[in-house]
Design a protein around this ligand. Structure first.
Ligand code: ZN
Length: 65
């Protein structure tokens, strides 16, 4: 018995062997193509814009009396 978790949709699946899971480690051909499309679109190779940094509060600017 082979168990797997589809990296595309996160669905857990299992089968008697790899012969019964032609799309392993994906659950279906659709998910396999979706993952392939991600690579082609460059989602994995082009990082997104960096998160904006929080505004810097200069030290000593707080009311401390
Ligand atoms: Zn899937």
């Amino acid at each position: 018995m082979i168990r797997g978790k589809c990296p595309t949709c996160g669905r857990a699946f299992e089968g008697p062997g790899l012969d019964a899971l032609p799309h392993f480690p994906f659950c279906s051909e659709r998910c396999r193509l979706v993952d392939l499309g991600r690579w082609i679109d460059g989602d994995y190779s082009i990082p997104g814009p960096p998160a904006p940094e929080p505004p810097i509060v200069p030290p000593g600017d707080e009311a401390d009396e």
